[in-house]
Design a protein around this ligand. Structure first.
Ligand code: AP5
Length: 208
């Protein structure tokens, strides 16, 4: 199974991608997580990406495509994979179509006020990268690995506003792109993670 999670910042792509990858045994490929790991390690790619990520701008397509082409060759991708936060431009989607087929694109739809609430309360683990929300977890340390939790630099309100604008301009056209290919399924992503998960499961049942 090869799938894409599409949706605006804070829609819950990472949360649902993690749950889906565990349930279906496919690799979870998050370009955002990959870039944050490169930035943490201070690699050349990470230093190049940092300026874009901190402004809420997209990292250049060729950088992202280089990462993806390498990633899908890894052993854990043999049984399928799901993309979270990729592709993000028409150019990325076209480049992807040359290196991989895709079974389904799940478009997570949420109202703007939910986006603001979800991003406003997000906390990340500096150790294992787990994601939390202050409404359901009020600790300062990760309950999985014990490392400190932090707020992402690009979750500042002014950067979030730019990320949403960039999504509307550069990523939202992918909804029509994948609709025309007959691959798009839109899911109401408001409500609890469990209720969203059930809606996604209902769509994936036919594909497995
Ligand atoms: P990326 O990390 O991909 O960020 P994003 O797409 O903006 O998405 P988010 O991570 O903000 O949100 P999400 O939809 O995953 O929601 P989450 O599950 O965390 O990218 C960051 C940056 O990297 C980009 O701005 C860009 O610079 C660069 N980049 C990445 N990919 C790129 C690409 N392909 N091309 C170019 N540049 C790229 O949930 C949010 C919060 O809500 C969490 O706290 C979570 O616990 C909570 N939550 C989730 N679901 C629910 C629910 N149902 N109910 C209540 N709370 C929930």
């Amino acid at each position: 199974m090869k799938l894409i999670f599409l949706g605006p910042p804070g829609a819950g792509k990472g949360t649902q991608a993690e749950l889906t990858s565990q349930r279906f045994g496919v690799a979870h490929i998050s370009t955002g997580d990959m870039l944050r790991a490169e930035m943490r390690e201070g690699t050349k790619l990470g230093l190049e990406a940092k300026a874009y990520v901190e402004r809420g701008e997209l990292v250049p397509d060729d950088v992202i495509m280089g990462m993806i082409a390498e990633r899908i060759l890894k052993a854990d991708c043999a049984g399928g994979y799901l993309f979270d936060g990729f592709p993000r431009t028409i150019a990325q989607a076209e480049a992807l179509s040359k290196i991989s087929d895709i079974d389904i694109v799940i478009n997570l739809e949420v109202p703007p006020e939910v986006i603001v609430r979800r991003i406003g309360g997000r906390r990340m683990c500096a150790g294992c990268g787990a994601c939390f929300h202050t409404s359901t977890f009020d600790g300062d340390f990760c309950d999985k690995c014990g490392a400190a939790l932090y707020t992402r630099d690009d979750d500042k309100p002014e950067t979030v506003a730019n990320r949403i604008e960039v999504y509307e301009r550069k990523t939202k056209p992918l909804v029509e792109f994948y609709q025309k290919l007959g691959l798009l399924r839109t899911v109401d992503a408001s409500g609890s993670p469990q209720s969203v998960q059930e809606r996604i499961d209902a769509l994936l049942g036919d594909i497995r």
